[in-house]
Design a protein around this ligand. Structure first.
Ligand SMILES: O=C(O)CCC(=O)C(=O)O
Length: 208
């Protein structure tokens, strides 16, 4: 993959983070360093960031981040009582998707974008195991902006947890049985941290 355009990815060898009961790999330098800040600014300005509300114990709760769903028409997705209808791909998202697909030999029809404004934003422990993602979903997760601590823990066995700061420009791939056996979080932090954007590319199947 060439390095000249904004939408090209550099060569990088993945680090294997989980190989037991799942498959998690990290490409630390997936997006060229010189282009990361511009990509971050474009995504922050272009995407229709919104506040999502979920239901917890019967009460509406605002999730601690902004998010927005983009993808092919007709692919609906829901979690914790919140339903998403995809917005049409923006040119920037489409080109990132195409870079991912060319590089990894995969196809995706949706992306959930998350904006963590500061250390008060995060994602609690969960697995991406909604039925519309299929049995063994492959999730390609791109990080841009501030480094934030990401963790994975096994749901049943005492395997060692994985904790790491996801670098700006990195790509984390979660595949195989990962969502069945492992859950993940992005913890809030009292450290002063800048904003971070995360793009999780997925394939959503028809739930009919
Ligand atoms: O921001 C991240 O790296 C994780 C996002 C996440 O867990 C999710 O969207 O399901």
């Amino acid at each position: 993959m060439g390095q000249a355009s904004l939408f090209g990815a550099v060569e990088d060898t993945p680090e294997v983070l989980i190989r037991e009961d799942g498959d998690v790999r990290l490409y630390r330098e997936w997006w060229p360093q010189a282009q990361r800040a511009e990509l971050f600014s474009r995504l922050r300005a272009e995407l229709a960031w919104q506040q999502t509300w979920i239901r917890m114990h019967g009460k509406p709760v605002a999730v601690p981040r902004l998010d927005v769903w983009y993808g092919d028409g007709g692919r609906h997705y829901q979690y914790s009582g919140a339903a998403f209808s995809p917005r049409p791909w923006t040119p920037t998202l489409k080109r990132i998707k195409e870079a991912l697909e060319d590089r990894e030999g995969l196809t995706f029809n949706s992306v959930l974008a998350n904006l963590y404004r500061d250390g008060n934003d995060g994602v609690a422990w969960h697995s991406d195991d909604e039925p519309e993602l299929g049995n063994r979903p492959l999730i390609a997760s791109i990080s841009l902006g501030a480094e934030r601590r990401f963790a994975l823990r096994h749901k049943q066995r005492g395997l060692p947890s994985v904790r790491l700061d996801l670098p700006d420009g990195s790509l984390l791939v979660m595949a195989g049985d990962t969502q069945h056996f492992w859950e993940h979080e992005l913890a809030k932090t009292s450290r002063p941290v800048g904003p971070r954007i995360n793009l999780t590319f997925r394939t959503v199947f028809d739930s009919l």
